[in-house]
Write a protein that binds this ligand. Sequence first.
Ligand code: FAD
Length: 477
Amino acid sequence: DPVLVLFRHDLRLADNRALDAAVQSGRAVIPVFILDEESKGVRPIGAARRWWLHHSLTALSRDMADRGASLLFRRGPTRAIVDSVVAETGAGRVLWNRRYDPAGAATDAALKDHLRGRGIDCESFEGQLLHEPTRLKTGSGGPYRVYSPFWRALVAEPAPRPPLEAPKSIRGHDGALASDSLASWALLPTKPDWTGGLRNEWTPGEAGATARLRMFLENAIDGYGENRDRPGLESTSRLSPHLAHGEITPFQIWQAVKDAADSAPGHDAEKFLKEVVWREFSYHLLFHNPDLAEKNYNSDFDGFAWRRSEDLLEAWRRGRTGYPIVDAGMRELWQTGWMHNRVRMVCASFLIKHLLQDWREGERWFWDTLVDADPASNAASWQWVAGSGADAAPYFRIFNPILQGEKFDGDGDYVRRYVPELSRLPNRFLHKPNEAPALVLEEAGVKLGREYPVPVIEHAHARDRAMSAYNAMKGSA
Ligand code: FAD
């Protein structure tokens, strides 16, 4: 009888333990991707990830066909779909790689009980994380709340296992099985099609992920520690959307970085791996705090006096706040589905502290627009910036968006790329156009207050207001 392999956020052939076990068994393999938006607690993916998913599945399906198997597409609650494919094929064994988001983990745990109850063999494997979220424990046996000891505990463990090769061939199933067409899922937007910028930037799929990693190791890891904060450079790996879809694993990344360590200076390699481990830490936090995307980790923040404003939210989303670094970031996000990490921090801080909008509003916008939207990293990072999270930045560290721009985009390459209406302003005023003399604005063709907005709020005033709101919260907590 054939073996069923479920695909979810692991859209790859290499280093795929569930697939590998199925191929090793020598039986026919039926790979199925289930689009499950119905099981309890599932948070449907946003529009940017839907675009990515379509293309990633197209690539996976082709790679699978090249090796002799055909990937089935089914839509519905995981358990019902598995039951029907088992009934159609007589499969006696179901394999999958584990998920760690709360709804995914609960669905899979229930599936395991259900299948075993029916006498069907099933097994799950690790792969998405270097260590299961339950594995690393503090001295007193609890979960970590602070990153540095988490990192130390992780590197004190045996080195991560070497990644598995992709199977050279896969024995497919002989019978014809019904499969949805990808087109029928309508994952791609049509009216309007806003995905041109995404197409220019990304190659979803396993081959695209491998190429990104290779390019990063060849061109950018040397100097990563210095350059990673400069959004105008291509100085980070841009592996995040590939990781979010499981087109590459942290095991593959770890190994490739270690192999390259001869050419890359040790401190750059270590800095990069430390970032990869922030993702692990975020999953550790999410696993132990399943409502991380909805509830303040630090409940003092439940009493925070947010000042909801649809107009301000909209100015932020569209990149029309009057602060060039914030606007460049929000437009990069809208155009490419990704935003540089430094700028994510600045934009998030601006929304939360300058505009006093609830961090959950920002988390939701990122969830919809990021190609790397990740249930753990997004929620943990928003709470980190808000000051409500574990090991968070202290609330009173309020980024000055002008100084951040001047410091990390001093030559203005980034702002000029995404805010072209300011491109002719001299560097001196690029991050504060409203301080430029009228003549300078005129020469640069900048129509302040018309084409480009004046700041929606003045920085020093916003800073004072944020501190008062914070002190009021602390006073009442
Ligand atoms: P690199 O610098 O090349 O780092 C390599 C990998 O390490 C990344 O691909 C990512 O998997 C991991 N990583 C790096 N920084 C972080 C971090 N701070 N937290 C967790 N993992 C990290 N990352 C996401 O993957 N998905 C999200 O939804 C997400 N939302 C964020 C929201 C906010 C408000 C902030 C401040 C950060 C968010 N991040 C998120 C973290 C970080 O910005 C991105 O992982 C990073 O910018 C991805 O680019 P890269 O692959 O070039 O990173």
